[in-house]
Ligand binder design. Structure first.
Ligand code: MOS
Length: 739
């Protein structure tokens, strides 16, 4: 099915099932331990041996020699495969760093060997008996010093292969020079780690020349060709299966070394092999969100109208990799005739940087929305009003492109009202509650709505049972539930009448989970398959397909009526289709919007910070399930608190590694850090986005939160920290006098 004109009235608009806060259909499996993650698939194949991965102890250079003699004869060891046993694995579409093979080391903890043993402990013990000789090369590990040689790099991720080096409108330099009010600031954000609860893990088993890998993947459609290429297999020789995933946040978008090493090891020892990345290995072996240095210049009239905006973000990555697109939102978020949006990329010899939840906007808004707060203060203007003053309903650089929908002003006004923004004292450092300094902050949230083709297959059994199969994944987001809702809505049955099967590469190729495109894209694929099934059912029942109504388990055209299951009385009916997209996303800028509000308390004596309240008002099209969407947004808000106040993967600049590579040293918020969170959905169906009229919402929950927290902390203390995370050591010495 093709979606190239705005959606008219369709069965989803009934909202009999869609939109309802239906509890996750996989919830009972999750809470009873019956939803197995990759490493726990003990039943899929017998005789599983355990692999343990050894990572390089240098950041750059060569492996000269690997002595595995002691490891091979250690108790329980079945086999050892080292990186010197084979040439570098063929690169896939989506990886930059070599996952395995050959002597060259491009980052710390690059995999260099796998030991297979009867038990995990034996494999781990033997791995530490391997002796490696390295030839170390000097590397570049410090973004500040490397930034001098950073090169302007087009934003191909957001603007395609023809991306201009700088996204420009008007004449920024002249407009900024002449602007009566100017702000010129630099902000920094550190490296962030995804660290999903479930580590990267795989079980691989060969059957002749056919391979199955049970793994933990967000994107079966991206992994499948890449894993096949790395292992020199034809696509039909490989099956991937990833039905349950314990979080991803972008770290599982691209195949990781556990998948290919499990396969290589299983081949070597002629037995199924299971491998999990140890927590302390994940931080340096897998990807991370790059640190940024962001230079922002805002020029405004005295009434707050922006006339000039420049945002330059510098980040580092391995050669041939891409920059963190932290300036991307600045092309679209606010009106202003003159702007320049620039990404610069420095070469660093750290592990590969790649997408992490809301790549670009998450760190970009931490800077831009703090700059807007600073400008509001300079103008003596309310920060909510400054944002409203600069709203735009069209792409500011190409005004012939309207936003498909944009209700940012309503987000801000609704949020201000609900949060009690009028009670905020604009003068910082003034409000006290006992020993606590209290402040309020606001930020806009923005994230583009991306969309991916996605397909599904639906079967109606003679019993009336309905099964949906698609290689879509559920990374903890609620995909099972919204897909069941979509099929139920389309076929006029209840959610419990639908079985959903996900994550298997043998199923029709789906969008996968990433870039907050999963919910809208995958359900649109199910919509297409359901439309095909409705036609087949109507034909079998000799009911006019164009007039057929599906409700209460029956099909009717007004004259004839029949139970849905009777259509399949002579055998199952199977329908398969997918959704593809025309150029509506080119004609209309499709984005999602939020207003984030924060009340923070800062201890006047110790400088410690506590979040008291957070509110998100979200404009993200139709909300498919009010409960799972709410959970996505509060998860994003929690991540935003982490980014504002805690998270920093620290670079050891002499040896080139992330030194706090465990969850003791890499701090994230825990329950005690987070109060009740409030979320409001405006819930305006967007007929340009898809037949579902939905948009992404999961990443929107994060976008802008960090700045709202930072702005609240500033309003509490009057100390502006432009270097995230805002830890107490950075403002303690500058807090208002206590007595
Ligand atoms: Mo997201 S960074 O595309 O999982």
């Amino acid at each position: 099915m093709r979606f190239d004109t705005p959606a008219g009235l369709n069965p989803i608009d009934q909202q009999r099932v869609i939109g309802k806060p239906i509890t996750r259909v996989d919830g009972p499996l999750k809470v009873s331990g019956a939803a197995p993650y990759a490493y726990e698939r003990h039943d899929v194949v017998p005789n599983q041996a355990y692999g343990f991965i050894l990572g390089a102890a240098i950041a750059k250079g060569r492996v000269e020699h690997i002595d595995v003699a002691k490891a091979r004869t250690a108790p329980g060891v079945i086999g050892v495969v080292t990186t010197l046993d084979m040439p570098p694995l063929q690169q896939g579409e989506h990886n930059i760093a070599t996952l395995f093979g050959g002597p060259d080391i491009v980052h710390y903890h690059q995999a260099i060997a796998i030991v297979v043993a009867e038990t995990f402990e034996q494999a781990r013990a033997a791995a530490h008996l391997i002796v490696v000789d390295y030839a170390r090369s000097p590397g570049s590990f410090d973004l500040q010093s490397a930034s001098a040689s950073a090169k302007v790099t087009p934003d191909k991720g957001n603007h395609g292969p023809d991306a201009p080096p700088v996204i420009k409108g008007g004449d920024f330099a002249a407009a900024f020079r002449d602007a009566p009010v100017k702000l010129d600031r630099t902000y920094t954000t550190p490296v962030h780690s995804h660290s999903p609860m479930e580590p990267h893990a795989s079980i691989a088993a060969w059957d002749g020349d056919k391979l199955t890998i049970w793994t933990s993947s967000q994107m079966i459609g991206w992994w499948h060709p890449d894993v096949a290429r790395a292992l020199s297999l034809q696509p039909e020789q490989l099956r991937l299966d990833s039905p349950f995933i314990g979080g991803g946040f972008g770290s599982k978008l691209y195949m990781r070394c556990d998948a290919v090493l499990a396969a290589l090891a299983a081949k070597a020892v002629k037995r199924p092999v299971k491998v999990a990345q140890a927590r302390t290995f994940m931080f340096n072996n897998s990807t991370h969100r790059a640190a940024t240095i962001q230079h922002i210049q805002l020029g405004a009239k005295r009434d707050g109208t922006l006339v000039a905006i420049s945002h330059t973000s510098t980040s580092g990555n391995l050669p041939k990799a891409t920059p963190e697109p932290a300036a991307a939102q600045t092309a679209l978020l606010y009106a202003a005739a003159n702007r320049a949006v620039t990404l610069r990329l420095a070469t660093l010899d750290l592990p590969e940087a790649a997408d992490m939840r809301a790549p670009g906007e998450a760190p970009g808004l931490m800077a831009l929305e703090m700059a807007m707060d600073e400008l509001a203060e300079q103008l003596g203007m309310d920060p909510v009003e400054l944002r409203i003053r600069n709203d735009t309903q069209v792409d500011p650089i190409d005004p012939s492109r309207p936003f498909s929908q944009r209700h940012l002003i309503e987000c801000l006004r609704t949020g201000a009202e609900r949060f009690g923004w009028a009670r905020r004292n604009p003068k910082p450092g003034q409000v006290r509650d006992g020993e606590w300094l209290i402040g309020m902050g606001v930020a806009s949230g923005f994230r583009n709505n991306l969309i991916q083709p996605s397909a599904a297959r639906i079967t109606l059994e003679p019993s009336g049972a309905i099964t949906v199969e698609t290689s879509m994944t559920d990374i903890g987001t609620g995909s099972y539930t919204i897909i069941a809702q979509t099929a139920a809505e389309m076929l006029g049955v209840d959610v419990q009448d639908v079985t959903v099967k996900l994550g298997d590469s043998r199923f029709p190729k789906a969008s996968g989970s990433g870039g907050q495109w999963g919910a809208n894209s995958a359900t649109s694929g199910v919509y297409a398959a359901a439309m095909a099934l409705r036609r087949s059912i109507a034909e079998r029942l000799q009911i006019n397909p164009d007039q057929a109504q599906f409700a209460g388990g029956n099909v009717t055209d007004g004259t004839h009526s029949a139970a849905l299951r009777t259509a399949a009385k002579d055998g199952p009916i199977i329908a398969e289709d997918g959704m593809e997209y025309g150029d509506l996303a080119k004609k209309y800028q499709q984005s999602t919007f939020a207003a984030h509000f924060c009340e923070a308390a800062v201890n006047a004596y110790t400088g410690e910070m506590r979040i008291r309240r957070l509110l998100a008002v979200c404009d993200a099209g139709r909300i498919l399930n009010a409960k799972t969407a709410h959970s996505q947004v509060i998860g994003g808000m929690t991540m935003g608190v982490g980014a504002a106040l805690m998270e920093e993967l620290a670079v050891e600049k002499r040896f080139g590694l992330f030194i706090n590579h465990d969850l003791a040293g890499y701090e994230v918020p825990v329950h005690a850090d987070i109060p009740d969170l409030d979320v409001v959905f405006l819930d305006y169906p967007d007929d340009k986005s898809s037949p579902m009229k939905a948009k992404g919402v999961g990443e929107l929950g994060l976008c802008g939160v960090g700045a709202a927290v930072a702005n609240a902390v500033y309003n509490a203390t009057g100390v502006r920290i432009r270097d995230y995370p805002i830890t107490l050591d950075k403002h303690l010495a500058h807090l208002p006098a206590i007595a």
